[in-house]
Design a protein. Structure first.
Length: 319
């Protein structure tokens, strides 16, 4: 009997131990309404050039710079004819292709006409007399580049008793005197070249008023008579002409070199003008009694400014 109870007790202990093992193996119950937790996703960092070529061992590549824009083509130089058409008023064009046509055009010129002179060499002396333009309709003589008046032993171009006459772009060489204005009023010499004259290159005299010489090249004046080889001569010496009053003339932005006498000479009774922006060289002054300065002014009321020069024998400016 005792043995039977012992066997029952052992069986009971075995069953109790097996039950405890099953309870530990069961997973814990999860609440039904709890949402599932998603793992946090970290954003990826962008890959840069520093990650691929880390400094300082490898230089960071630079983005290519844009290619420079091509330089614009150089501006075409304006021709003398284009300059005339844009600068000087005109109502009619007249063309001269030889010396005969030029003389005819000058002798019959009317207000508003622009005489366009073809390039070439024009031999002999030329003049325009008693012609009157006006501020709205001037008379303009416009020479293409390469137009040369070649006048040995005579005056190259004479403007006598003219008003509002413009001479543009012409070259006068080998004349006894280059260009002369006599009793001329409000005329303009613009972009002219006067060279290799026997005496003065440009002379404005005999009560000529309010004329302008500008943007011109004047050289080698006075080859035969050095003491009167001025570049630009205003008025007349009182020893030659009594009271030659010339008023309001302007000499602007010219290059005057190689003159035997003064590059600019202003005589008595000339007054109230302007001499400005000129380049003057006295390297060939003749050392005559009066030809020792670059600008000689005996007139009154002149404004003289912004001129440059070199090689004066005595002084740059003399009165």
């Amino acid at each position: 009997m005792m043995r039977r109870w012992v066997i029952l007790a052992l069986c009971a202990l075995f069953l109790v131990g097996l039950g405890s093992l099953q309870v530990e193996a069961q997973p814990e119950d999860q609440p039904e309404d709890q949402p599932e937790v998603q793992p946090e996703v970290q954003p990826e960092e962008p890959v840069t050039s520093d990650d691929l070529w880390p400094s300082p061992w490898f230089p960071t590549p630079k983005s290519p710079s844009p290619s420079p824009s091509p330089a614009p083509p150089p501006a075409r130089k304006q021709s003398t004819i284009e300059y005339c058409l844009a600068t000087y008023r005109h109502t009619k064009k007249v063309y001269a292709n030889n010396a005969q046509q030029l003389r005819k055009a000058l002798s019959s010129a009317k207000a508003g006409e622009m005489i366009i002179v073809k390039p070439g060499t024009y031999s002999g002396s030329f003049e325009i007399r008693n012609k009157k333009g006006n501020v709205w309709r001037p008379i303009t003589i416009c020479a293409s580049y390469g137009t040369v008046i070649n006048t040995p032993n005579n005056v190259g171009l004479l403007l006598h008793k003219t008003t509002y006459v413009n001479v543009v772009g012409i070259t006068v060489k080998n004349a006894s005197k280059g260009i002369r204005l006599e009793t001329a009023n409000r005329c303009t010499l613009d972009k002219v070249t006067v060279t290799n004259t026997g005496a003065e290159c440009i002379h404005i005299q005999y009560r000529s008023n309010y004329n302008t010489v500008q943007n011109s090249k004047i050289s080698n004046c006075g080859r035969k008579i050095p003491r009167v080889g001025e570049g630009i001569y205003l008025g007349s010496s009182s020893r030659n002409v009594r009271r030659d009053v010339c008023v309001g003339n302007k000499i602007l932005n010219n290059r005057i070199t190689g003159t035997r006498a003064e590059p600019i000479d202003v005589k008595e009774y000339s007054r109230d003008g302007v001499i400005s922006g000129n380049y003057l060289d006295g390297s060939r002054l003749c050392k005559c009694p009066d030809a020792v300065s670059l600008i000689n002014v005996k007139g009154n009321g002149y404004r003289i400014e912004n001129n440059n020069g070199r090689n004066a024998i005595d002084e740059f400016f003399k009165t």
